[in-house]
Design a protein around this ligand. Structure first.
Ligand SMILES: Cc1cc2nc3c(=O)[nH]c(=O)nc-3n(C[C@H](O)[C@H](O)[C@H](O)COP(=O)(O)O)c2cc1C
Length: 258
């Protein structure tokens, strides 16, 4: 069960008199849990509150891709572990800061809790990011099925005219999924496929993940420094020093030759 969020209807008052107005992040059961982790890290780096819904199928992808067993009733440790672990399994240097921000900024709602706060438009949110988005979730949101809290929260986001960013991860796409993506676009969502670019000087898979997460946060309007932006100079990113990731875990090592 999720706790009462500060500033939420029925929850404790928010500090400073401001209602807590989170981003809702829906993690559905497509491959690509590192994309979700990078988006969550970016939101926490921007010091923004986040409400998370992990679909039932996403528990399988999370277990498959990270070895983490997700539990909605005891999510703090799995979440902190997910966000502090690199793709190669090494811990990040900013683990303590990530854990502190998880404690301060994050709330989690079970996907079958249709009475949770994100199921109502009267719950104030900034908007929602579905990352990664399975083709099933793409379809469900496009058709307004609201078969679980993730899809209902996305439907609410659209009906309230708030920003919805959907990040499909599949290849190739069926005609049905392509149609659903067009429908989402027509409904006002941003369809931002998990499609990494190679112009930002990627040196590791993690850079490609951060590129996608950074562009997703751009689409949401969340300031981020997850990737190196285009400067107009061909080859500049390739020869630039390795960048620093945004929660302060130090510069990545430059590639060695040979
Ligand atoms: C290991 C694994 C990987 C999967 N990868 C994808 C994927 O990349 N894209 C996709 O659309 N579905 C993928 N699926 C299938 C979805 O999990 C399935 O369609 C599920 O019903 C989605 O439910 P949800 O949208 O409620 O999370 C995968 C399933 C498993 C078990």
């Amino acid at each position: 069960m999720s706790r009462s969020a500060a500033g939420a209807p029925g929850g404790p008052p928010a500090t400073g008199g401001d209602p807590r107005r989170p981003w809702v992040v829906g993690v559905s059961g497509a491959s690509g849990t590192p994309y979700a982790a990078a988006v969550l890290r970016g939101l926490l780096a921007a010091d923004l509150p986040v409400d998370i819904v992990v679909s039932r199928a996403a528990r399988l992808t999370l277990l498959d891709e990270t070895g983490i067993g997700w539990r909605d009733g005891a999510w703090r440790d799995p979440l902190a572990s997910w966000l502090r672990t690199r793709l190669d399994g090494r811990p990040r240097a900013d683990a303590a800061e990530v854990a502190a921000r998880v404690d301060r900024l994050v709330d989690v709602h079970p996907p079958d809790d249709m009475g949770a706060r994100p199921s109502s438009g009267s719950y104030p949110t900034q908007g929602m990011i579905v990352v990664p988005a399975s083709t099933a979730s793409v379809a469900g949101i496009a058709l307004g099925l609201s078969k679980d809290l993730l899809q209902r929260a996305a439907d609410v986001t659209l009906k309230e005219g708030r920003r919805l960013v959907v990040v499909p991860r599949e290849m190739p796409y069926t005609r049905a999924t392509l149609r659903h993506m067009l429908d989402l676009d027509a409904a006002g969502a941003v369809v931002a496929a998990a499609s990494p670019g190679f112009y930002a000087g990627a040196r590791a898979a993690e850079d490609l993940v951060d590129f996608v997460a950074g562009r997703v946060l751009d689409a949401a309007g969340v300031p981020n420094t997850l990737f190196r932006r285009w400067t107009g100079e061909l080859g500049a990113a390739r020869t630039a020093p390795a960048r620093t990731t945004d929660l302060g875990d130090g510069p990545r090592r430059a590639p060695t030759s040979g």
